[in-house]
Design a protein around this ligand. Structure first.
Ligand SMILES: [Zn+2]
Length: 328
């Protein structure tokens, strides 16, 4: 039975699993790298042609089936959001103010997928869930955002389903939160990832492969999107969305810089399935590595998670302050 980590304190070590070792996702079973070159010719297609192609592929997409099931994310709104229903004089004259932007938080893994298992047995899924709950609390406290979570409990959600939820909620920003493991237990520090067809380095390629393998926990009824469809989806990500993703990534890195230890070259990119919402700036934050004794110990502490969340909240604040979109 899963343990609840978000009671404000320490994330529990799960003693039910054998050994004091960590696991690199299920990298051994991971799918082959995506053949991005194989379909590179599609990249040259005009957008209407690609859109039509994607529409014809829609029935094959697993997340389309999910949408029909009506599964929805956990959504919270700040008191400010409720206040938009109040009739202020300016609102009557100029029309209703737009609602605050919705930030979609995505705690990695969950349910039968524990994510990485830490040096002393901590599950990544518990750390990501506790950190996302803290970031939700801090974002709502600003009164400037609505916040939705892909999961607010310990349950399994396929990767495409997470993207689908962000799109269904018309999220302005998508933040996936993780604490992965590497074979080298000496590596520590936070890092930030955005979508790209090719990984920026071999370490990032391994992390992307590990994160993308999460769907293998879904069993035979969860069909991962084919590499061909993934390539088309990646090609549909607009330049504007890419710029937004880079901007939030840079803001997170600069927020972390003075407070949290970072990997060298902390902004990296790779083909993460969970970052492929065509129209929503998306970033994946590895808050540290469960395979490192110091990072794992820090991420188990509520105080450290509050500091990480505070840095991410500041990054979100600066992102929207400079975007001049969606802020009422
Ligand atoms: Zn992860």
């Amino acid at each position: 039975m899963a343990q609840k980590p978000d009671n404000g304190d320490t994330v529990p070590t799960n003693h039910l699993l054998p050994g004091k070792s960590f696991r690199q996702g299920c990298i051994a079973k991971a799918a082959d790298p995506l053949p991005f070159e194989a379909l590179s010719s599609l990249m040259g297609l005009a957008l209407p042609r690609r859109t039509a192609l994607l529409a014809s592929l829609a029935p094959l997409l697993p997340h389309a089936a999910m949408a029909r099931t009506g599964k929805s994310a956990h959504v919270s709104t700040s008191s400010h959001a409720h206040n938009t229903n109040t009739l202020h004089a300016p609102a009557i004259i100029r029309g209703a103010a737009p609602p605050p932007p919705l930030v979609m938080l995505d705690p990695g893994h969950g349910g039968k997928d524990p994510g990485a298992i830490g040096y002393s047995g901590t599950y990544e899924k518990h750390v990501s869930e506790a950190a996302a709950a803290e970031l939700e609390r801090q974002l709502l406290a600003t009164g400037r955002y609505r916040v939705a979570l892909t999961r607010a409990s310990d349950r399994f959600i396929p990767l495409e389903g997470r993207v689908e939820m962000a799109q269904a909620h018309k999220a302005s920003l998508f933040i996936s939160m993780h604490a992965d493991a590497l074979h080298d237990s000496a590596v520590r520090g936070a890092s930030v990832y955005t979508l790209a067809g090719a990984a920026s380095d071999s370490q990032t390629a391994m992390i992307a492969q590990s994160e993308n393998s999460a769907d293998l926990f879904g069993g035979p009824h969860v069909h991962a999107t084919s590499p061909e469809v993934q390539q088309i989806l990646a090609s549909l990500v607009s330049e504007e969305t890419r710029r937004g993703s880079t901007r939030i990534a840079n803001q997170v890195v600069s927020s972390f810089q003075s407070r949290i230890s970072l990997l060298s070259h902390p902004h990296r990119h790779a083909a993460f399935v969970v970052l492929k919402a065509a129209d929503i700036p998306s970033v994946l934050v590895e808050m540290g590595f469960m395979s490192n004794r110091s990072d794992e110990a820090a991420l188990r502490q509520a105080g450290h998670r509050a500091m990480v969340a505070g840095a991410m909240r500041d990054a979100v604040d600066r992102y929207f302050a400079t975007a001049r979109i969606g802020v009422g």
